[in-house]
Design a protein around this ligand. Structure first.
Ligand code: AMP
Ligand code: ZN
Length: 466
């Protein structure tokens, strides 16, 4: 069966394919660069990466836009407090975000769109909405009049007859006719950055950014729009109201939303203070791929509770995968094919793909790999894994790693990097082969001093950290 995704708009799991050119036109809501992102934020960004990778594995090409919100209330407040210009301030956190993404091995979207580089386009969209009667003005600010848009609530499936203001509705203190209405354009305030445009002097609201940049780079109708579940309402509902009022066409065919990272039952968030940045976790000695694996291994629509025990299991799981790969590379195998193991490799690969096609069920996909590993390790121990089984084992690992990307160690910032360790092990193996036992003992001692224990098995060397 082909790829199926849960569409928030229809509340159903539906087969997914792009509308034209075999290219997925997709938009994901990016970060607001006012501080370091925490690993809760990165759960969402890791999900975007998994989605990209599986769409490509499904045979599609990608045209993906992610915005960087580099002007908003918090950014302005912090920049002013630190006596920095908006550009100086956001450059620091944009770079930090992109560095963290690279550490987590997140693929770069085809376009990163900065809000401040699209202000004129936003102003002209707002002007068009004004001309078409979707707005009203108050004290130089422009508001979207929700009562003008039929279909408001179709994404969040909200009935607005007894409307209660949502969490992010009232973030600004401007005058609105209706609690649902939101600012498209905020009039300049003294001491704040502003842009002089066709709709006045001021700055854009958050919602209009995404509508304008999505349409500008991807066209009127997107194949897919994704974000964290907190964005369904009001942000994405407002994006639909703006975009469909502008174009008269459906804005996105698929809306895909990922669940939160929790800490002891509460959403990880800056405001609750229950958060870790990626940098915090790395400083504790974990490698970025451990964080990546933890965030990726739970299906995106399931809540994930962050614990250090969870992080430790992710680390163990990665070591198991790497040790298996090392075993394949170093074991001396009898010639021939073990039919049962070959069959299991084929089934495991099919199982992996089926699970990913089923709304990116990463947990099931990994379970399929682990089951095979158990079987294959037993066969290796018994000397029953044969040379003809290598290709199937490698194919499975490659498929797994095309999604999870954890096999290659990153250069660690703390202690000896995993690449260093593997290089030393290779050097030790070579030393032993040439009967240079002094050197091989030296290397073992050096590794031990760095907290790495190596174990010689009949199939080669395995290692773990103390
Ligand atoms: P922000 O930079 O605050 O706009 O947030 C960036 C993204 O992180 C948004 O798409 C949010 O949905 C997402 N996000 C925020 N907190 C969490 C969390 N605890 N778990 C998962 N995603 C989150
Ligand atoms: Zn957005």
């Amino acid at each position: 069966m082909p790829l199926r995704l849960y569409n928030t708009l229809t509340q159903e799991v539906q087969p997914f394919a792009p509308l034209s050119d075999n290219t997925v036109r997709m938009y994901t809501c990016g970060p607001t660069v006012y501080d370091f992102a925490h690993i809760g934020n990165f759960r969402t960004f890791v999900f975007f990466d998994l989605l990209r990778r599986w769409l490509r594995a499904s045979g599609f090409k990608l045209d993906h836009v992610m915005n960087i919100t580099d002007v908003d209330d918090k950014i302005i407040r912090n920049a002013v407090a630190q006596n920095k210009t908006l550009e100086e301030y956001t450059a620091i956190y944009t770079k930090a975000f992109l560095d963290d993404c690279a550490a987590l091995r997140l693929e770069r979207p085809e376009h990163l769109a900065r809000a401040t580089e699209n202000i004129a386009e936003m102003a002209s969209a707002i002007h068009k909405l004004e001309d078409d009667g979707f707005t009203y003005r108050s004290d130089g600010s422009v508001y979207y009049r929700i009562s003008k848009f039929k279909g408001y609530g179709k994404l969040s499936h909200n009935d607005f007859s007894g409307m209660v203001a949502g969490a992010r509705v009232d973030v600004d203190n401007y005058d609105k006719a209706d609690a649902r209405d939101f600012a498209l354009w905020k009039a300049a305030k003294p001491g704040e950055p502003s842009w002089d445009t066709e709709v006045g002097n001021g700055r854009p609201g958050w919602h209009i950014e995404c509508s304008v940049m999505a349409i500008r780079y991807l066209g009127d109708t997107l194949d897919l729009h994704a974000g964290g579940i907190d964005l369904i309402f009001p942000h994405h509902e407002n994006e639909i109201a703006q975009s469909e009022a502008l174009t008269g066409k459906p804005f996105a065919r698929f809306w895909v939303h990922s669940e939160f990272l929790f800490v002891e039952g509460q959403k990880m968030s800056k405001s609750l203070g229950n958060y870790y940045t990626l940098r915090d976790i790395l400083a504790m000695g974990y490698s970025p791929e451990v964080v990546r694996f933890l965030l990726a291994s739970v299906p995106y629509r399931k809540a994930l509770n962050f614990t250090f025990a969870g992080l430790a299991s992710a680390k163990t799981a990665i070591e198991r995968l790497r040790n298996f790969k090392l075993r394949l590379e170093t074991a001396k195998l009898p010639a021939g094919v073990n039919a049962a193991i070959a069959d299991h490799a084929t089934r495991a690969l099919a199982g992996f793909r089926e699970a990913m096609d089923d709304d990116l069920n990463t947990a099931e996909a990994l379970a399929s790999v682990y089951e095979y590993l158990r079987d294959a390790n037993i066969a290796l121990d018994a000397g029953e894994f044969q040379t003809g089984n290598l290709a199937g084992a490698h194919a499975l690992l490659e498929q797994m790693d095309a999604v999870f990307e954890v096999l290659k160690p990153s250069a660690s910032t703390d202690g000896m990097s995993e690449a260093d360790i593997e290089n030393l092990i290779a050097e030790r193996t070579a030393a032993k082969k040439s009967r240079d036992f002094k050197r091989s003992d030296e290397i073992r001692a050096q590794l031990l001093e760095s907290g790495v224990i190596i174990e010689d098995t009949k199939d080669g060397v395995r290692w773990k950290r103390k």
